[in-house]
Design a protein around this ligand. Structure first.
Ligand SMILES: NC(=O)c1ccc[n+]([C@@H]2O[C@H](COP(=O)([O-])OP(=O)(O)OC[C@H]3O[C@@H](n4cnc5c(N)ncnc54)[C@H](O)[C@@H]3O)[C@@H](O)[C@H]2O)c1
Length: 448
């Protein structure tokens, strides 16, 4: 079937390419001419594992193209998938891009007498599709729901694993306000054999938020426990969580007799806080939505507060060994909010770099693929980006490992590492990997 995708970011581009790879005919629309040109040359403008190969394949097979013209993309499409950004503004969801996109769609609907469905894929708070989106579409098209279709199909992909997550989706929520849209979504996702949930658009929206909120709750819970272990001393959160992870309710024994080790356990580990384009803004938006309903939303507020403070643990660890910390030379390894992505949005590493800059530290930083994005994001901060991080080790007082990129495993054997303070914000190393007094990490403090 013919599908139009509006927005070619991490979600729009990956959705478009994957739907094309499953046999559909996809046209992606974006506002940025350089992005459209690149995509038509089969060059992705974002970093995502397996994306270059898959994009090349679907462009060559003429099942995927990009355009600046929404009208052209919508001409024969069965539905439009709306995948524009929904950033956070003062803790609330900013619906500017969604609103503008709906106005553009509405203007095209007005001129056409063909039925087409509009399906929101962007993350929007419950009630957005059936009120705001519907309202803008009806106003600008002069039509009523029923003359066009309306759906909400949230996306659960994780950056860095996006293609695999989309291709092997664990469930697909088919949020809809009319039967025709439900039928179209079933047809689009026919090649997927996972559970498909037929729900209204509000429920689909809430599934996405509930999912992210619960994962964020786990991370903040692990971090709070880690900080308590640190204060107590002689308790290592890693060993504690290792014990918790053996509870068969978290980690059942599989049919072969070994532990299943579900991925959920990776959200029950200590670190320097969650980041990325989703968790922080989604938890904030849900908290604010609840408060607007006059609910206190204490749990989500606590999750955000804990997360906001967690990067400061790194400064605390540095201060424990370097007195004064002001003016010291610090190498920060990793700026992306997690490995395998070039996305630095809301990364804890950015916060650490900003805090160090406030202390007049001389900061050098490295990231294998997110350096360009970091440069833009930190344009107001005095720091320098390096490509040859091992060469920096001997020149600095301390090294902070802020993203778990596999290449940083070489730190323990780096030239000049002797005598340097190593702060492991991601529990990447074992305590014995470095000199005892110089290795500091989240959730662990030896009593002297
Ligand atoms: N990134 C993720 O891991 C992820 C995962 C699940 C859900 N989401 C949600 O999906 C949505 C998109 O996220 P993203 O990370 O892909 O965003 P993004 O910022 O990377 O991409 C948004 C794209 O939309 C384009 N755009 C904006 N307005 C447009 C318009 N009127 N016409 C055409 N193009 C337009 C922008 O140019 C940009 O390319 C958000 O709501 C986000 O919360 C993101």
């Amino acid at each position: 079937m013919k599908i139009a995708v509006l927005g070619t970011g991490y979600v729009g581009l990956v959705s478009g390419v994957c739907l094309a790879a499953k046999g559909h005919d996809v046209t992606c629309v974006d506002l940025r001419a350089e992005v459209v040109d690149k995509l038509n040359r089969a060059e992705p403008h974002i970093h995502e594992v397996d994306l270059p190969e898959l994009l090349k394949k679907v462009v060559a097979e003429k099942r995927f193209r990009a355009t600046l013209s929404l009208e052209e993309a919508m001409r024969e499409a069965a539905f439009v998938l709306l995948a524009v950004g929904t950033p956070s503004s003062d803790g609330k969801i900013d619906l500017n891009y969604i609103g503008k996109a709906c106005e553009q769609i509405g203007a095209i609907l007005k001129k056409s007498d063909r039925f087409i469905s509009i399906v929101v894929k962007s993350t929007v708070v419950p009630g957005t599709t059936d009120t705001f989106v519907r309202g803008v579409l009806e106003k600008t098209s002069g039509k009523k729901l029923g003359q066009f279709g309306l759906g909400m199909n949230p996306e659960f992909l994780r950056e860095g694993n996006a293609i695999d997550d989309f291709m092997k989706a664990d469930r697909i929520a088919l949020g809809h306000e009319d039967k025709q849209t439900l039928a179209l979504l079933h047809e689009a996702y026919l090649p997927w054999s996972c559970e498909k949930l037929e729900v209204n658009t509000r429920t689909a929206e809430m599934i996405k938020y509930a999912n992210n909120a619960l994962l964020a709750i786990q991370i903040s819970a692990a971090n709070e426990l880690a900080n308590l272990c640190f204060e107590m001393g002689n308790i290592d959160i890693q060993q504690v969580m290792g014990g918790v992870h053996l509870d068969k309710r978290w980690n059942p024994v599989g049919s072969a007799g070994g532990r299943v080790n579900p991925q959920i356990l990776t959200y029950l580990m200590a670190g320097c806080g969650f980041g990325g384009s989703c968790f922080p803004k989604d938890v904030q938006a849900l908290r604010t939505l609840g408060q607007e309903q006059k609910l206190p939303m204490q749990m989500l507020q606590a999750v955000l507060d804990i997360n906001d403070r967690q990067p400061l643990q790194i400064i605390r660890l540095l201060r424990a060994r370097l007195q004064p910390l002001e003016g010291r030379k610090v190498l920060v390894l990793g700026i992306a909010f997690k490995p395998d992505t070039d996305d630095v949005r809301e990364s804890a590493s950015l916060r650490i770099i900003r805090e160090l800059a406030q202390l007049n530290c001389q900061i050098t930083a490295h990231d294998p693929i997110a350096a360009d994005n970091a440069r833009k994001e930190l344009s107001d901060v005095k720091f320098s980006l390096v490509t040859d991080w091992p060469a920096e080790v001997a020149k600095v007082d301390a090294i902070v490992v802020a993203t778990k990129w596999p290449e940083y495993a070489a730190l323990k054997k780096a030239n000049g590492i002797e005598g340097k303070v190593v702060v492991d914000a991601r529990r990447m190393f074992r305590p014995g990997d470095f000199e005892k007094l110089n290795y500091l990490t989240i959730g662990r403090r030896e009593l002297e």
